[in-house]
Write a protein that binds this ligand. Structure first.
Ligand code: NAP
Length: 311
């Protein structure tokens, strides 16, 4: 079993900011990441609302620098998946797929994931026309038609980004007004390549190995319409941005959560378990942004340091 002062679960902006503060405080720290450093932000093409990022900052470029910064202060990184834990005592134990760890304090910063539409065909055609990441997949739809599902900040921002690639982008939204911030809406309405399908939901996605059509329903009239791929194209893209769900399944029963599965903390990022903190998108909060995730991470690391010192 490997021992650390602090283990941070998740290498998104919250986990990396926590790592930076913990490393600088000389805590022997490990960051465990399941898949890929950066979390949601690595699928973001442009960051203009993180202070200091003015032009040309992408999610991956920002994350690369955050990772290097933690390494500079001696933080260890490992790719592994937490499968079980005992957080109750003074020594916290984490069981991962490849290793077991013990530590004095834990920061849970495992983030949140995209919500699926849940209609027939969506799962089968994911990666074959259905996508949850414009930065990853936009280039596949160069000069094709693309549909974006959702009406929040993510949907509208990603739809604008997709207009750089696709011939035409149509936002499919279940209401007749967008949820996205006014400034983002203004950009969208001014974009000649963006169209809107209001009061509409996707009922089914069809295709033989690739998206060929989808059935949409007007929620006001109940009318069903099958949207077919252009004959010459043979396919179109469906990008889904309808919110997130927290990655808290493995923590269920170990820390207190709200009804949606977000972890409850006090303003110091403390959960109901002494020595266990949560930071970033995974916790119940009003604004999920890189800047708020980083702030959470910094606070959690400082509080974890105090907790360890007082032990
Ligand atoms: P969101 O704000 O929760 O918006 C989700 C959108 O999807 C809403 O328009 C919602 O419709 C729609 N929706 C939800 N479930 C649906 C379903 N089953 N079928 C069809 N439509 C559905 O989520 P988000 O846009 O992913 O943003 C998440 C958080 O990240 C927000 O706090 C957002 O501000 C933040 N964010 C910020 C930026 C930025 O500031 N640059 C960029 C991206 C994300 P209704 O409107 O009808 O509820």
């Amino acid at each position: 079993m490997k021992n650390y002062d602090l283990i941070i679960i998740g290498a998104g902006p919250a986990g990396l900011a926590a790592g930076l503060y913990a490393g600088r405080a000389r805590l022997n720290t490990l960051i465990i990441e399941k898949q890929k450093n950066g979390g949601q932000i690595v699928i973001t093409d442009e960051i203009e609302n993180y202070p200091g990022c003015i032009e040309g900052e992408t999610g991956p470029s920002l994350i690369d620098r955050m990772v290097k910064q933690t390494e500079k202060f001696g933080v260890d990184h490992v790719f592994d998946t937490v499968t079980d834990m005992d957080l109750s005592g003074d020594v916290k134990k984490l069981t991962c797929l490849h290793e077991e760890y013990a530590c004095k304090a834990v920061i849970i910063a495992a983030g949140a994931n995209p919500v699926n539409i849940g209609c027939p065909g969506e799962k089968e055609l994911t990666g074959k026309g259905v996508s949850y990441c414009a930065t990853c997949d936009a280039a596949f739809f160069e000069d094709f038609e693309v549909y974006v599902v959702g009406g929040g900040d993510a949907a509208v921002e990603e739809a604008i980004y997709l207009t750089k690639f696709a011939r035409k982008v149509t936002i499919i939204h279940r209401r007749n007004e967008l949820r996205a911030a006014k400034s983002i809406q203004d950009k969208a309405f001014a974009n000649p390549k963006l169209d809107f399908m209001w009061d509409t939901v996707v009922e089914e996605i069809k295709g033989d190995g690739i998206v060929e059509s989808m059935v949409v329903k007007n929620v006001k009239t109940g009318e069903l319409t099958e949207v077919m791929a252009d004959e010459d194209d043979g396919t179109f893209g469906i990008f889904v941005f309808i919110g997130f769900k927290p990655n808290t399944e493995v923590f269920r029963g170990h820390v207190e959560m709200d009804e949606k599965g977000y972890i409850l903390t006090d303003p110091e990022m403390r959960t109901n378990i002494p020595g266990v903190f949560a930071a970033g998108d995974i916790r119940q909060k009003s604004l999920r942004q890189v800047v708020t995730a980083c702030a959470d991470g910094a606070i959690a690391a400082v509080e974890a340091g105090k907790y360890i010192e007082e032990m």
